[in-house]
Design a protein around this ligand. Structure first.
Ligand code: NAP
Length: 254
C-alpha cells in the first residue's frame, strides 16, 4: 500500500531531502512550508501525486486546516514529520533578542506540538502511525550564544519522549531524530567547524530508514551519537572552559 507522509519544512534542507527519499520509495506526500515557489518546484520534480500547503507553522488554524485537508484526501498518514525549524544566535542580555527567543521556541517547539495534534486521535483510532520530531545534537548541552536554539531542541527531545510514553500501547509510535551537522542553508553560515558534516541526501536515507523501522531515538550521523554521549559526561568545569571559546552563531541581522 502507498505510504502517506505529512512533512513540515519540506521546502528546504533536511525536510526536502526526506520528502525526495519518501517519494522515491513511492510515498504520497503533504508538503508544508511558507515558500510556495519552492514547494511547487519540489512537487514538480517528485514522482507521484502530492499536496502542497504554503503556510506558517506558527499559524495553528492554517496548519490544522492543511492536516484535515490531507487526511480528507489521503486518509490518516503513516508518518507525520515536524521538520520546520529555525536557528539564530541569541543573547538574553539584549532586549531585542527576547523576541527572537520567542520566535525560535515558537517555531521549533510549539509548532511541533501543533503539527502532531490533529493527527494523534485519528492515528490512535487507526491503531498505527509514526510522529517524527526533529531535534538536534544541540539538545545535549547548552552552547554559548545559542540558548534559544539549544533550549528549543532539548524541549523537542523531552516532549517527544513524553508523547512516546503517553502513546505506548496505542499503536502510534514517536521517533525523535537528532541530526548532527547537515549541509543545508541553515548551517551554511556557521562560523565554527562542523565535524562529520553530512549531505542532506545521505541524512535522508538514514532518517527514512529509522522512521520506517519506528526507532524511538536516533542520532544521525552515528559518529555524532558518540560525540553526544561523550558531551553528556564531560564535567561542567571542563565543558565551560572549552566551549566558552567557541565561535557563536550570528544573531538576526548580524
Ligand atoms: N542542518 C543541520 O545541521 C541541522 C542540525 C540539527 C537539526 N536541524 C533541524 O532540522 C530542521 C530543518 O533544518 P534545515 O537544516 O533543513 O534548515 P533549512 O534548510 O533552513 O530549512 C528549514 C525549513 O523549515 C521551514 N520553516 C521555517 N520556519 C517556518 C515557518 N514559520 N513556517 C513553515 N515552515 C517553516 C522552511 O520553509 P520556508 O522557509 O519555506 O518556510 C524550510 O523548509 C530544523 O528543525 C533544524 O533545527 C538541522
Amino acid at each position: 500500500m502507498t505510504q502517506t507522509v505529512f512533512i513540515t519544512g519540506a521546502s528546504s534542507g533536511l525536510g526536502l531531502a526526506m520528502a525526495q527519499q519518501f517519494a522515491q520509495n513511492g510515498a504520497t506526500l503533504g508538503l508544508v512550508g511558507r515558500r510556495l515557489d519552492a514547494l511547487e518546484a519540489l512537487r514538480a520534480q517528485l514522482p507521484g501525486t502530492h499536496e502542497v500547503y504554503s503556510l506558517d507553522v506558527n499559524d495553528e488554524a492554517l496548519l490544522h486546516a492543511a492536516a484535515h485537508d490531507f487526511m480528507a484526501k489521503h486518509g490518516v498518514p503513516d508518518v507525520v514529520i515536524a521538520g520546520a525549524g529555525i536557528s539564530v544566535g541569541t543573547l538574553s542580555e539584549l532586549y531585542e533578542d527576547l523576541e527572537q527567543i520567542r520566535r525560535v521556541i515558537g517555531t521549533n517547539v510549539f509548532a511541533t506540538t501543533s503539527t502532531f495534534h490533529p493527527f494523534i486521535i485519528p492515528m490512535k483510532n487507526k491503531g498505527s502511525g509514526t510522529l517524527v520530531g526533529i531535534a538536534s545534537v544541540a539538545a545535549i548541552r547548552g552552547l554559548p550564544g545559542a540558548g534559544a536554539y539549544c533550549a528549543s531542541k532539548a524541549a523537542v527531545v523531552q516532549y517527544c519522549e513524553s508523547l512516546r510514553v503517553e502513546l505506548y500501547g496505542t499503536g502510534v509510535k514517536v521517533t525523535t531524530i537528532l541530526p548532527g551537522f547537515i549541509d543545508t542553508p541553515m548551517t551554511k553560515q556557521n562560523p565554527y567547524t562542523m565535524p562529520f558534516l553530512m549531505a542532506p541526501e545521505d541524512f535522508a536515507v538514514k532518517a527514512v530508514q529509522a522512521i520506517n523501522q519506528q526507532v524511538s531515538y536516533r542520532v544521525i550521523p552515528w559518529q555524532m551519537g558518540w560525540v553526544a554521549k561523550l558531551m553528556r559526561i564531560v564535567p561542567n568545569a571542563l565543558y565551560d572552559h572549552v566551549f566558552s571559546k567557541r565561535k557563536r552563531k550570528a544573531r538576526a541581522g548580524e
